[in-house]
Design a protein around this ligand. Sequence first.
Ligand code: HEM
Length: 207
Amino acid sequence: MKAILVDMFTAGTDPTYTVLEWAMAELLKQPAVMHKLQDEVRTVVGNRGNITEQDLVHMNYLKAVIKETLRLHPSLPVLVPRESTKGIKLNGYDIEAGTQVLVNAWAVATDPKCWDQPLEFKPERFLNSSVDFKGRDFQFIPFGAGRRGCPGLQFATALDETVLANLVYHFDWDLPAGSKELDLSKFYGLVLHLKSPLLAIPTPYYE
Ligand code: HEM
């Protein structure tokens, strides 16, 4: 029981909150995207004041923003190491049994062979696309794939969608007065963080 709880807290907290920090940073950097998301959320929720799970079903742009954040800023850019159980020939290479295999999910998710303008933050790319992060579209595997894929996927995405929708519904956001351009440099520890913590000023929004 203790081991499961430790697993959930260590594997579950940092990746979930960093998605929100990266999403907010990208939205502050591109006010047009922020406004489009706010329009969607505020239209769906109206003046009810609280966002329900049922509302999230109607927020396609919100889902696209979360996906695009996970594509460009995957919390675990290099997945949990694997080991090949059998020797195999792959793309002309001999991989021996027992070889440690590291999958660079970030490199795949920004590969120009799979993505148009891969380093641009463009949630629209997911709007009319069936590409999802459930481990079947190998160009986009921020939660990994297969039997060792992330068991927290559903929980984490529901949480990130709910929190982000609330943040942009209840507040308008700005960078602190006089701040220079937003620094999106990365810092890689156990998960991928913003190098400088995000500082943003909320102004309550009343319909
Ligand atoms: C947006 C948030 C999250 C992201 C991006 C994420 C991503 C990942 C990734 C990439 C892996 C490795 C998968 C692989 O190598 O194939 C992983 C494993 C794991 N995740 Fe998550 N995760 C998130 C949230 C959570 C949450 C909320 C929990 C639990 C409450 C959780 C629990 C785990 C556990 C236990 C593993 C290890 C699974 C294993 O090795 O068998 N994760 N996660």
